[in-house]
Design a protein around this ligand. Sequence first.
Ligand code: NAP
Ligand code: MG
Length: 484
Amino acid sequence: MSDTASALEGVNFVAGRWTASRGGETYERRNPWRPSEVVGEFPSSGAEDVDAAVAAAEAAHPAWSSRPAAQRGAILARAADAIDARVEEIAQDMTREMGKPLREARLEAARAAMILRFFAGEGWRPWGQVYEQSASGAMVYTRRRSLGVVGLITPWNFPAAIPAWKTAPALAYGNTVVLKLAQDAPLTGLHLARALAEADLPEGVLNVVIGRGSAVGEPLIADPRVRAVSFTGSVPVGHGVRDRAASLGKRTQLELGGHNPMIVAADAKLDAAVQAAYAGAFWSAGQKCTATRRIYVEEPVYDEFRERLLARIEHGKVGDPADPDTEVGPLVNQSQFEEVLAGIDRGREEGGTVLTGGERADADAYLVAPTVFENVGDDAYLSCEEVFGPVTSLYRFGTLEEAIERANAVRFGLSAAVFTTNLATATRCVDELQAGILHVNSQTAGADVHVPFGGTKASGYGPHEQGRAAIEFYTEEVTVYQDA
Ligand code: NAP
Ligand code: MG
């Protein structure tokens, strides 16, 4: 165990202090690659801890929100430096606690710094618009104000990026925060808190509470001092969060699952499409909301695409996520592992053919081999429901119209990709694919920090995150009529 892991073990971050949970209860987090290895013990917090965190956040809000935004940004920029200096350590901890291959964990840790840096600059960008009053010509303008205390609930699959992309805008726009990290990946998120603490964030501005969703998430949503809740995670939990928060009159934002299609036209650059399919479906073991779940290939190139994808899988490195060459590592925990294997069984029962993979790939680790199906019916489980693992299906299509219709035939609408060298094909897909994030000739996963991110249909609710779009959720707009 590294020194850092032990330094951040067993603690929440509340009112500027690293503290055990009030009840003193803890849980063990184990390495999904070697489940006998304990990564650390973390607090199993409850309502009392949430209460203390919200109280600290509420007390910190007046001073924090009245600081000049550029000064708040300076703290975020210093925290970005602290993360940059520690990318390797954060990546190693991430890999150990949730199994993301080191090569991707490094990129994600560095991205957390980039996110902080982008939002550090928000203090220098416009916060409103100026108009003339229609009757008098006197000034009328809009300005943004912080909300107060916001509650952030994050999943384990991007344990550095998602806490950063909620926390950074919340703080930049003057809110104070209570962040509930996922139990499956607390250590990575604690690194974010540590970086902000080192950057002299005033006490109480960010509070981190670790524990079960029901024990920490629910009291956080219910607390009347919490003005807004931003949630990323699964559809059923997210809808419960939204319904509860909405019934209490709170602003809510959800980023949920996806069932992301990729269309490969006959005129596509096939090698690029194959590489994108591999990366989109299998990197991070398919545990991305934007992972490629369905691949529609135009009839004339279907067989060729299938052969090249299978060859790519044969060359891909699967196994120990701490090996920097590994592309596909384990699933995060035993229940996700069992769910993915059950999804594969169901795919077979419903008539799908497994072309490769389809089974456990290591006696200890929660490792599933990259799995490709074909002959899966359009209304089969695998074609409609998110199986959160390295599993994707191939489908043949005849016309573009048909491909788009089938790509859109799910309740989700997060990301979609098209591979083509024909501008008209690309344009039609951009016009008609039902997704919040569209990729022309790139994989379905991936998100730049300075542009909006979010899904349509069942994949999202409320304003998008990231980039300047984040200001919508984390501020309220007021209109000021100013007469002399
Ligand atoms: P999850 O089970 O919904 O959990 C997400 C968070 O909610 C965790 O912190 C969880 O806590 C907490 N939670 C659980 N029950 C709760 C409750 N009753 N009240 C309040 N909070 C509660 O999702 P996950 O398994 O961590 O993540 C995988 C899912 O996230 C996938 O569906 C994926 O597609 C989606 N995802 C979406 C995006 C996006 O931006 N669209 C990005 C990444 C992931 P504990 O787990 O600690 O108990
Ligand atoms: Mg879960």
